[in-house]
Design a protein around this ligand. Structure first.
Ligand SMILES: *Cc1c(COP(=O)(O)O)cnc(C)c1O
Length: 404
């Protein structure tokens, strides 16, 4: 074997299309909620790969499932189904409102499928005019052209015009504004129960209930984008379960594979008929390797121990963050649900979330931002108490440096 190519952070700038600006170190290994860089420095992982590594790194049972399936069958193509994908479908159906599942490889693809389903369902109903999609300001639904257009952050879409049409945005949590634009020409309303990328902003229960009623009145599909909130993140399997509002279509990805790429759109029997043979598809979607990993991740998370444990861990975070905030009043609000935590910065520190996460890296903890003014934490759902304490102690040192 040849020697592997020597790589440093500089290699990123030399060789990669610069759509990201990654941290100035390279992580090489992870175990549970700790990761290590090329120099052997340790970090506590409060990001979990952006709400993805819901069971931490190298979880023994997930690793075993991956290795076992890797020795059997990785990929077939959609002319042939496979056992792991059928089992995973049944797990999702048994645990949710849904009767049918479509598998893909990412959150954007799941949302793309959901929006296409809504357009075709309306068309099949015989109403050519019924093609309007209602979405919300600051929403994030992925980076394909359709999903970036449904997202409510023009900075991600405006440079790629002409954009797919028929999408209207209104303010999140403003039911009156939504009622102004939802009508008989609306085929779908797409919403995140908690806006993740948009700043960790939970929907108010009356808002989601009101959207449900408006959709029912006008024959529009209610799509919940649970790519970030799903698979235990909020302490319920899916956030819709907290709200008691059942969508027509739900999208899930991120934590579903625990770090292995997979996404899914789930829906009812009735709506599933819309996407008949040949109407939609993807080469890798539902491959046995991804499905075997996701099956184990899903069954490990969908237990009272893990889901109740999320609530316990939130309390540790709130206690620690509140203590930090008493000493250095940097946050105006600590919000979210379960282990999707957003810390909004006081106006004095506006725009400095990124800088705080960079200092946190120096102190040995990985944190996220959700826009320029919010520090976000989305750790493993099973992060040990010791790691929460140590990570918050390191984070406190970063905050102290900002505040002094
Ligand atoms: C991350 C995210 C997406 C996009 O998922 P990808 O896997 O990056 O395509 C879509 N919606 C929400 C709510 C997300 O948080």
């Amino acid at each position: 074997m040849e020697q592997p190519i020597a790589v440093t952070r500089q290699s990123f700038d030399d060789w990669m299309i610069p759509v990201y600006a990654p941290a100035d170190f390279i992580l090489v290994r992870g175990e549970g909620s700790q990761v290590w860089d090329q120099q052997g420095k340790s970090y506590i992982d409060f990001a979990g790969g952006i709400a993805v590594n819901a069971l931490g790194h190298a979880h023994p049972q997930v690793l075993a499932a991956l290795v076992e399936q890797a020795g059997k069958l990785w990929h077939l193509g959609n002319g042939y189904t496979n056992e792991p994908v059928l089992r995973l479908a049944k797990q999702l159906i048994d645990a949710t409102f849904a009767d049918k599942v479509f598998f893909c490889n990412s959150g954007a693809e799941a949302n793309e499928a959901a929006l296409k389903l809504a357009r075709k369902y309306a068309l099949d109903s015989g109403n050519r005019e019924k093609n309007q999609i209602v979405a919300f300001n600051n929403a994030f639904h992925g980076r394909t052209l359709f999903t970036v257009s449904a997202g409510g952050q023009p900075k991600y879409s405006q440079d790629f015009a002409p954009l797919p049409g028929g999408i209207t945005h209104t303010p999140f949590n403003d039911l009156a504004a939504a009622a102004q634009v939802i009508n008989d020409r609306t085929c779908a309303v797409i919403v995140e129960p908690i806006q993740g990328e948009g700043g960790v902003v939970p929907a108010q229960p009356q808002f989601l209930q009101g959207l449900r009623e408006l959709c029912d009145r006008h024959g529009a599909l209610l799509i919940f984008d649970e790519v970030q909130t799903g698979v235990g993140r909020t302490g319920s399997l899916y956030a819709y379960m907290n709200y008691g509002v059942v969508p027509d279509v739900l999208t899930t990805a991120k934590a579903l594979g625990g770090g292995f790429p997979i996404g899914a759109m789930i829906t009812t029997d009735h709506l599933a008929k819309t996407l008949g043979v040949g109407t939609h598809g993807t080469t890798y979607g539902g491959n046995p390797l991804a499905a075997a990993v996701a099956g184990v991740v899903f069954s490990l998370i969908n237990t009272p121990e893990v889901l109740d444990g999320v609530k316990q861990r939130l309390e540790w975070f709130i206690a620690g963050l509140t203590e930090i905030n008493l000493q250095y009043p940097i946050f105006s609000e600590i919000r979210g649900a379960g282990l999707l935590i957003g810390c909004a910065l006081n106006p004095e520190y506006a725009g400095r979330a990124k800088q705080i996460t960079q200092l946190a890296n120096e102190e040995g903890v990985i944190a996220l931002i959700a826009g320029p003014d919010v520090v976000r934490f989305t750790p493993s759902l099973i992060i040990p108490e010791q790691d929460v304490k140590e990570g918050l102690a390191r984070f406190a040192r970063a905050v102290a440096r900002i505040c002094s």
